[in-house]
Design a protein. Structure first.
Length: 180
């Protein structure tokens, strides 16, 4: 009788330890999502800032400057619900302005333009990577949260279900060529 109780207690402790480990793993995944989202927000803000700086520099033609400035401003001021759309529109504006290499060459030829072109290229290149890291973390957390043990024992607590950040982040061809 006591041997049976001891075995039941050992099994319950093992299950408790496993559930605790799973809850800790889920907590670490949520922390990773938060860190990845902060990095993504920083890269999006950096990209918009670089674009606004370039748009106000007078290097580009006035129409291109207005298009880029307004798209970057809208992306920086967008509410959280509209952020993906605003960032996608900024990507589309970038592709429209830098569809051919001529505007990039105009930026490079201006005083301090080589550094500005390099900064723009890096900002445009880093956004897809930051978004991919964020969405990978979201995917891992979602897969774990879909397991029955997590749902049955409510191991996620009150944490909101993680959402991926979906946006158009394809770089302009003229800038993508420079990044290679």
């Amino acid at each position: 009788m006591t041997a049976t109780l001891i075995w039941i207690l050992v099994v319950l402790v093992a299950i408790g330890l496993y559930l605790s480990w799973t809850a800790g793993r889920l907590d670490r995944l949520h922390a990773r999502i938060d860190a990845a989202r902060a990095a993504l927000d920083a890269q999006l803000l950096r990209r918009a800032s670089v674009i606004q700086e370039l748009a106000t520099s007078g290097v580009l033609d006035p129409a291109a400057s207005i298009v880029l400035y307004e798209a970057a401003h809208a992306a920086r001021q967008a509410e959280e619900e509209q952020r993906e759309v605003a960032e996608s529109e900024l990507s589309q504006a970038l592709r429209a302005v830098f569809a051919d290499p001529q505007p990039v060459e105009a930026v490079r030829e201006a005083p301090g333009g080589e550094a500005a072109a390099r900064e723009l290229t890096e900002a445009v290149r880093r956004v897809p990577m930051a978004r991919r890291f964020h969405n990978d973390a979201v995917g891992a957390a979602r897969r774990l949260r879909e397991h029955r043990k997590v749902r049955w024992f409510r191991l996620a607590g009150h944490a909101p279900f993680p959402l991926a950040f979906e946006m158009d982040d394809e770089p302009p061809t003229a800038l993508a060529d420079r990044a290679a």
